[in-house]
Design a protein around this ligand. Structure first.
Ligand SMILES: Nc1ncnc2c1ncn2[C@@H]1O[C@H](COP(=O)(O)OP(=O)(O)OP(=O)(O)O)[C@@H](O)[C@H]1O
Length: 307
């Protein structure tokens, strides 16, 4: 894995008046990673992105892009960035190709071959000579990405990119972003308030709440973390005995749906201990099922807890 650090947040903070909107962010994003920036509405995601691309000033701290400070060395830093903040700027009465040519004029060193390469990469080859007004939202989104990628940035920033896309469009975008990161080595920074969507798209997620980074974790660890409930089905006449045994482990039992069931908040690695305890006491265990918290439940738990 390429360990070039494409983005480095160093205590980045944004204050507006007396309010701290983004509070002391410190983390890195390496090349080749799709990073999901998650948070409920108003958490500070857009404000962070606006600082990253120099649209607003950083009050305190630093953001480095490919080692260049966005404050002190703006031109060198921004050269490495392709971004779509809010809607992509497209001319609907021009064709996709004309739009790209127009942008290529503003970005030095973009050749005709590069335009063709990028059209191929975003899968718009068959429609690139059609007018943008005939494009679906998903195609417009991809044309926007093509435009942001023309100058070969190391970092692609997308603010809520799936807003307004249908499931097929989301699927397409997701696969495309993963390919871009994993095959082309681009660092992709995607903000969203939808965790379920991030799960399928990102390698790692950072959760923002009230301007603070409250969690940063690989998506795999994130998915497997948190509380799961274990539902143990036993002989109904032994339920009170089983509850007393479980209480000796300092574990609570929650009301279950069926007689003969015990619902225990438990991590997976604690299951063998519980199982052994019940078996040794002669309890008839019929089944043990793990009931994972859904991703949305986990997300809510993290963000609610920190309020
Ligand atoms: N110029 C400003 N002056 C005062 N408050 C602001 C300003 N810009 C943003 N805020 C506040 O900062 C907080 C974070 O806003 P931001 O738009 O960054 O959140 P977000 O995570 O992107 O949310 P959303 O998903 O709703 O876009 C909000 O409470 C917002 O009202």
């Amino acid at each position: 894995m390429n360990q070039t650090l494409v983005v480095q947040f160093q205590h980045a903070t944004k204050r507006i008046g007396k309010k701290t909107i983004v509070d002391d962010l410190s983390f890195d994003i390496p090349a080749g990673e799709v990073f999901g920036f998650l948070g409920p509405n108003g958490a500070g995601k857009t404000t962070t992105i606006r600082m990253m691309v120099g649209l607003i000033k950083i009050s305190q701290g630093e953001i480095l892009i490919m080692g260049h400070s966005i404050i002190k060395d703006f031109n060198k830093a921004i050269r490495n960035v392709g971004a779509i903040v809010e809607n992509p700027d497209l001319y609907k009465y021009l064709t996709g190709y004309q739009n790209l040519k127009h942008y290529a004029r503003m970005a030095p060193g973009v050749t005709k071959t590069r335009i063709e390469e990028i059209v191929e990469l975003v899968g718009l080859k068959d429609r690139i000579h059609d007018k943008v007004r005939t494009y679906s939202l998903g195609m417009r989104q991809r044309l926007g990405i093509a435009q942001a990628l023309l100058h070969r940035p190391s970092l692609l920033i997308l603010d809520e990119p799936t807003n307004g896309l249908d499931p097929a469009g989301i699927h397409e975008l997701r696969n495309y972003l993963k390919r871009l990161a994993h095959e082309e080595g681009v660092a992709v920074f995607v903000s969203s308030h939808l965790l379920s969507e991030m799960e399928l798209m990102c390698d790692r997620v950072g959760v923002l709440q009230n301007g603070k980074l409250v969690r940063i974790q690989s998506i795999r660890d994130f998915v497997h973390s948190g509380n799961s409930h274990v539902c143990v089905t036993i002989e109904p006449s032994q339920i009170e005995q089983a509850k007393r045994l479980i209480a000796t482990l300092n574990k609570a039992t929650l009301p279950a749906r069926q007689p003969g069931q015990l619902l225990i908040p438990l991590n997976k690695d604690e299951i063998p201990t519980v199982n052994k305890l019940l078996m040794q006491a002669g309890i008839q265990v019929y089944s043990i099922q793990v009931q994972e918290q859904s991703l949305e439940e986990k997300f809510l738990e993290i963000t609610e807890r920190k309020k």
